[in-house]
Design a protein around this ligand. Structure first.
Ligand SMILES: Cc1ncc(COP(=O)(O)O)c(C=O)c1O
Length: 420
C-alpha cells in the first residue's frame, strides 16, 4: 500500500482473556507441516490454499475475471499457479508485465494497472503486447495515445478509502467529471475508452464502502452513456480483505466478507441493468488471495525485561523478522504468533519488535502488549501467520544486514504453460 494507515480508530470493547492463558491459533495443516519442517527462517506459501481461495472467489463472484495484483506477492510459483487456474494479472511496470507473461498469462489477460507511468514504460508495455492501460489524467491518456497507439484505456475513479485499513485515493484516481473528460479525450485520440476502475482501499472492512463506490460508478457510467461512450467493462480493483489479521490491539479483525460479496453482486447487477451494451467485470485481489495462505517461520532473538523511564518493567520480545524483512504492515495490523516449542505455557505481556536498530520496527509500543510464553529463549522458532501478502515485495535488501527471507511453498511446483 502506498498510503499510510487510516487514523487510529477507538479501541474495540473486548474482554481479553486472563494473562495466564495462551491462545494457540489454528494453523492450516499443510502450512503447519511446512513450518514445522523448516530448519531456518523462511516464508512459506500454501499453493493449494491459494488455489482454493481463488476458486472460492470465482464461485462468490461468478463471471468476474480475476486479475491478481502482482505487487501483493510477486513470487513466480504463486503467479504460475494462478495463471494455470485462469487468472490474469494487474501489473504496475514493464518488469511485472514480463514476469506475468513468463508465468504463463497471455498478454490479453494482463493490464498495465498503474496510473503512474513514464513514456518509456508505456512503450515497453505496448511492445510486450499489452493493450489495456489504466489512466486518470489528460496528461497520461495523451501519453498512452502517443506510445501505445490504439490501446484500450480504463479510467480510475477516486474513492474516499473510508473503512479501509489503507486508503489509496489521494495518489490515484480522479473525479467522475474528470473521468468523463479523460475518456472523451481518449476517444478523440483514437484510443478505445473501454472502462472504469476503482479501488475501495486495501483491507476494506465495510460493505458500505462498496455500495458507495457502485453509486459513483453508476453515476459516471450514466454520464458517459449520455455522451455516447459505452465502456465494455468495470474493473473493481483490490480491497478484498485477508481474514486472519488482528487489529492493533491484538483482537481479530473479522471482516464481513459475506456482506461485501453480496454488495458487489448487487452493485454489478445495477450497473448491468443501466448499461445499454453488455458489461464485463474484472477484480484485482491482492491480499485476499495470498495473505492467509502465507506464514513466516522466524525465531526468537531475545525476550528481555527492562525498566522503562517511568520505572515500570516491560517485557520486549525481539524476533528475527520485523518491519523491514517481512512484516512491513505491522504499523496497522498484528499477526497471530505461534510458539510451537512452548504450547499452552504461562505467558507474560510483551512488546513485539523486529531485529533492526530502528525504533519503528515494533508493534505500537503504547498499545496492548502481546501474550508470549514466559520461557521463550533465543533461537526458539516462532510462526507468524497471515503474512503471505506484501511480505516479499515490501522487504528491504539488507537493512542492518538482515536479508530478505528465503521462500518455499507447499504442494507441487507449478510449471508455466509451454515451459519445460
Ligand atoms: C491498482 C491496484 N489494484 C489492486 C491492488 C490490490 O489491493 P489489495 O491487496 O487491497 O487487494 C492494489 C494494491 O494497492 C492496486 O494498487
Amino acid at each position: 500500500m502506498s498510503a499510510p494507515p487510516q487514523p487510529a480508530t477507538a479501541r474495540p470493547q473486548v474482554t481479553p482473556p486472563p494473562w495466564g492463558v495462551t491462545r494457540a491459533p489454528d494453523v492450516p495443516p499443510r502450512l503447519r507441516a511446512a513450518l514445522a519442517a523448516a530448519d531456518g527462517d523462511r516464508i512459506v506459501f500454501d499453493l493449494p490454499g491459494i488455489a482454493e481461495r481463488h476458486a472460492t472467489l470465482r464461485r462468490e463472484l461468478p463471471g468476474v475475471a480475476v486479475r491478481f495484483a502482482m505487487k501483493a506477492c510477486p513470487v513466480d510459483e504463486v503467479l504460475t499457479l494462478l495463471a494455470a487456474g485462469g487468472a490474469g494479472f494487474d501489473a504496475a511496470s514493464p518488469q511485472e508485465i514480463a514476469q506475468a507473461l513468463a508465468a504463463g498469462a497471455p498478454p490479453g489477460a494482463v493490464h498495465f494497472g498503474n496510473t503512474v507511468k513514464s513514456d518509456r514504460h508505456i512503450g515497453e508495455a505496448h511492445r510486450l503486447g499489452i493493450r489495456d492501460f489504466a489512466t486518470d489524467s489528460l496528461e497520461d491518456v495523451t501519453a498512452i495515445a502517443a506510445h501505445a497507439p490504439g490501446a484500450r484505456v480504463f479510467c480510475r475513479l477516486a474513492t474516499s478509502g473510508d473503512g479501509a485499513l489503507w486508503g489509496l485515493s489521494r495518489k490515484f484516481g480522479c473525479s467522475p467529471a474528470d473521468a468523463v473528460r479523460v475518456l472523451e479525450r481518449a476517444r478523440d485520440l483514437g484510443l478505445t475508452p473501454s472502462g472504469l476502475s476503482v479501488h475501495v482501499g486495501s483491507q476494506q472492512m465495510t460493505a458500505e464502502a462498496w455500495r458507495d463506490t457502485f453509486t459513483t460508478l453508476a453515476d459516471t457510467l450514466t454520464e458517459l452513456h449520455r455522451r455516447g461512450i459505452e465502456p465494455d467493462h468495470v474493473n473493481l480493483g483490490g480491497g478484498l480483505p485477508a481474514l486472519g489479521y488482528l487489529d492493533r490491539w491484538g483482537e481479530p479483525l473479522n471482516p464481513p466478507l459475506d456482506k461485501i460479496f453480496a454488495a458487489i453482486r448487487e452493485g454489478m447487477e445495477t450497473l448491468r441493468r443501466l448499461s445499454p451494451s453488455p458489461l464485463d467485470f474484472l477484480i484485482e485481489p491482492g491480499r485476499h488471495l495470498v495473505a492467509d495462505q502465507g506464514a513466516i517461520r522466524a525465531h526468537v532473538a531475545r525476550l528481555s525485561s527492562r525498566r522503562q523511564p517511568d520505572g515500570e518493567p516491560q517485557h520486549w520480545l525481539y524476533l528475527s523478522c520485523g518491519k523491514f524483512n517481512g512484516l512491513y504492515e505491522m504499523d496497522a495490523v498484528r499477526y497471530r504468533l505461534v510458539f510451537p516449542t512452548h504450547p499452552g505455557e504461562d505467558v507474560v505481556p510483551a512488546v513485539v519488535a523486529g531485529p533492526t536498530c530502528d525504533s519503528d520496527d515494533a508493534y505500537g509500543v503504547d498499545g496492548e502488549p502481546t501474550r508470549v510464553p514466559r520461557t521463550v529463549a533465543s533461537g526458539d522458532p516462532v510462526w507468524i501467520l497471515s503474512t503471505g501478502a506484501y511480505a516479499t515485495s515490501y522487504t528491504t535488501r539488507g537493512f542492518n544486514g538482515f536479508q530478505p527471507l528465503p521462500y518455499g511453498w507447499t504442494g507441487d511446483r507449478p510449471q508455466a504453460e509451454g515451459r519445460g
